[in-house]
Design a protein around this ligand. Sequence first.
Ligand code: AMP
Length: 427
Amino acid sequence: MATKVQRFQTPIGTHDLLPQAAGRWNAFQELFAREANLANFGMIETPIFEHLGVFRRLGEGTDVVTKEMYDFLDKGDRQMALRPEKTASVCRAFAQHRPTTPWKVWYSGPFFRYEAPQAGRLRQFHQVGAEILGSDDPDVDVEVIALAARVLAGAGLRQNLLVINSMGDAESRQRFAEALQQFLRDNLDNVDPADRQKVDAHPLRVLDSKRDATREVTARAPQVADFLTDAATEHFGRVKAGLDSLAISYTVEPRLVRGLDYYSHTLFEFQSQALVTAQDALGGGGRYNGLVKALGGPETPGVGFAMGIERILLACDAEQTFVAPDASPVAFVVDVTGGENARDLTFELRDLGVSADRAFDQRSMKAQMKAADRSGAHWAVIVGQDEAAAGSVTLRNMRGSADPQRSIPRTDIGTELLRLLAAHADD
Ligand code: AMP
């Protein structure tokens, strides 16, 4: 009996990036790299998987660590995990290599969280981001926020909201956490049951809750701004002054806290008003102290952010901006004399930097012209029996009616296409 062939699909919460969409994806990564390089950030790559302990340092009570980690035992019985975010890996790399500071790095790559997939929320998603380690200067906070803002503006996004807040220093955070915990205990009956267990262990995370009942309680809760020390207030003031000076508009949101344990001082998030609330976070980050130390390095302050590439491209769709660049070849060689001319001509053109493609499998003239059309090529370079005998090619404009078709010597085709390309550079 014939066995049934199993048909596989991408795992839930993942997707294939196909060539049609990849042009735009690459263009966005290039935009990010360009902006990061302009500000003298260097690229960093770290492994896709690390020892689980690296990510555990993010905070034992967070969903990212407890529920969403792709952890596994490798064949040597080591506990490993696919990275859920990058900051921990960057801090691990800093502790391992001890670079000079300030250490400014940027990255782009895939990340993994076992979440319930929905629109804009995936199990393998992709982030670009940047971190600066080794400086307490509030201007460094401004530097990373401004980088994110410039990238979003560079992608043509206009409907962004930047929300910021300060968690203050350790002392501010401690005093605030105690006051908040007391308030939540006093109002425990009104907190959504699913959030109640956080009140004792991680009161700050209750502020993260999206549940209506809890949000009604936290709307009346003490605010971190009332607990900032003078030094923390000064730090936050300098960040706000920097954003004002660079004309980056923002809103202070006193309830903005971020899920991970290690944040202090500045927190920020970019939201898209063009997307529905559940997927409106384009990116965010903040200042963190203590993470490098927790990973075996010296006490080192840091600040950084990550942005979701899928989210940003969704926002670009919603705002109808950042369209894919034209990836079509300049020339498509149609050869009905056996394929040798197509083979040699495409390589001659590529040597000159002219992108060129051809048909294979000895197809008919009609089929090859169809393929030329489908490729989106600007010009078809046609070699039939007559052309081959005369040492010429027929050059046909596939876009528009100007200069539709003419014969030129085969030896001139490269320079002629270069001339045409220069003439059409502004199209
Ligand atoms: P986070 O590391 O949680 O602060 O996330 C930073 C950004 O990455 C978010 O603002 C989103 O744009 C994006 N992001 C986070 N988790 C996911 C996910 N599961 N699927 C798609 N994008 C995500």
